[in-house]
Design a binder for this molecule. Sequence first.
Ligand SMILES: *[C@@H]1O[C@H](CO)[C@@H](O)[C@H](O)[C@H]1NC(C)=O
Ligand SMILES: *[C@@H]1O[C@H](CO)[C@@H](O)[C@H](O)[C@H]1NC(C)=O
Ligand SMILES: *[C@@H]1O[C@H](CO)[C@@H](O)[C@H](O)[C@H]1NC(C)=O
Ligand SMILES: *[C@@H]1O[C@H](CO)[C@@H](O)[C@H](O)[C@H]1NC(C)=O
Ligand SMILES: *[C@@H]1O[C@H](CO)[C@@H](O)[C@H](O)[C@H]1NC(C)=O
Ligand SMILES: *[C@@H]1O[C@H](CO)[C@@H](O)[C@H](O)[C@H]1NC(C)=O
Ligand SMILES: [Fe+2]
Length: 459
Amino acid sequence: MILARFVHLLVVSIFLGVCEAGLTSSYVRETGIATDMPLDSDVFRVPVGYNAPQQVHITQGDHEGRGVIVSWITPDEVGSTSVLYWAENSQHKKTVNGDVVRYKYYNYTSGYIHHCTINDLEFDTKYYYVVGWGNVTRKFWFVTPPRPGPDVPYTFGLIGDLGQTRNSNQTVTHYEMNPANGQSILFVGDLSYADSYPLHDNTRWDTWGRFVERNVAYQPWIWTAGNHEIDYLPEIGETIPFKPFTYRYWTPYKASNSTSPLWYSIKRASAYIIVLSSYSAYAIYTPQYKWFINELTKVNRTETPWLIVLMHSPLYSSYVHHYMEGETMRVMYEEFLVKYKVDVVFAGHVHAYERSERISNIQYNVVNGLCTPINDDSAPVYITIGDGGNQEGLLTEMTEPQPEYSAYREPSYGHGIFDIKNRTHAYFGWHRNQDGFAVEADSLWLVNRYWKTGKSSVA
Ligand SMILES: *[C@@H]1O[C@H](CO)[C@@H](O)[C@H](O)[C@H]1NC(C)=O
Ligand SMILES: *[C@@H]1O[C@H](CO)[C@@H](O)[C@H](O)[C@H]1NC(C)=O
Ligand SMILES: *[C@@H]1O[C@H](CO)[C@@H](O)[C@H](O)[C@H]1NC(C)=O
Ligand SMILES: *[C@@H]1O[C@H](CO)[C@@H](O)[C@H](O)[C@H]1NC(C)=O
Ligand SMILES: *[C@@H]1O[C@H](CO)[C@@H](O)[C@H](O)[C@H]1NC(C)=O
Ligand SMILES: *[C@@H]1O[C@H](CO)[C@@H](O)[C@H](O)[C@H]1NC(C)=O
Ligand SMILES: [Fe+2]
């Protein structure tokens, strides 16, 4: 079996060498539908002690990278609502107070969900923080990003559609063990898959929160909403979309003048990241549209050369499942992605991996028949990375033949690393769970769309 896989890889490598068309990987792996890890799994263990804070997670808390939102849940009573924090090299400890929210979902009542925003941190500094009170306090740490600037190296991890199966656990482990060392995760939507349970059993939101704590308590995950965050179930009276997600996972949307936590932007080191919601109104005249188009005009590519867009549903995907679900957003937004020279668009939703060529399909006007994507030097690369490993399993059916725009596609679980070197160069690697921690199954050098022509004297 191992030998067979080796031969497969060899064949793939040879194929890669001689053929310039897109590649459909022939790598073979187990594709059966996975089940969630049982409730008594080690990853779901409740921290010991009365009312111990659990599901600790952080995300960026401002626009520039000097803010962090620290969130956690206390199960029994409110407890302390503040976070104690200090810089690694300082004895000066500070306290910041936060908010507590709770929600009901049918007959489920959440714990006390705490959100504390720490502002005005120093750039590029390690901080310790403590949550909890009395005998049960828990201590974690994070490192703030460097001040935004054109040649600041920074490494993002990419994870999507994670869920809580053994495959999910393997994806997180591979990310943690990857020597490429991500400093923050761009999460492209579909977190817990609690909605796969009867009544959308929200205790599976809690288990997911405890599972990912080992990473997200130490490095910010930048959240994108997916369809599994909608939790719309009118049959039982749950008619507010995104209720559990928006109570549990806050985003710094106000800092980018957005009016919804579901779309927002941040600067982080040399990257400007715009997060969109595939499941909120996005047509012309809507709040998301107006915000997004205005946002693109604000990006200063001298300060943040790398313009990255995150969304859940891919605009380009050649898998059979979810085929063309992103098409209406593509029709609305693609011309702007090209006009403003977005470097890369990351999406999830399709439980597989795919990378596009730099192509666009914006010349079509209903009557001219020009509806085939063409090579476009100003267009982003589209990367689908919905392969975190949830209980729905992998999507293996692909449209055939592989479209010209599709550069590489493979249904395997894994994660990505987007490694910014300087204003002109970034390296993307896709890591499959079945390989060693350092192995890349697909990779690509990206040349910045704004700086590629050497616009060194232009802001
Ligand atoms: C909610 O209702 C379901 C179905 O009636 C039941 O199985 C479950 O135990 C209830 N949960 C709570 C927390 O009451
Ligand atoms: C801490 O633990 C001790 C021993 O269990 C207990 O007597 C005390 O009341 C606890 N203090 C708090 C603040 O919970
Ligand atoms: C999840 O992964 C961690 C780290 O590799 C491991 O210690 C743990 O036992 C795994 N748990 C399950 C349920 O697979
Ligand atoms: C948000 O709007 C305010 C007021 O117009 C402006 O001062 C601020 O710079 C804006 N923030 C961002 C991140 O665009
Ligand atoms: C863009 O950013 C650079 C570097 O931070 C700065 O010098 C320049 O003034 C900014 N341009 C504008 C138009 O704000
Ligand atoms: C940017 O990084 C690339 C890749 O590491 C390197 O080849 C190039 O020389 C760097 N450019 C500058 C101006 O340092
Ligand atoms: Fe999805």
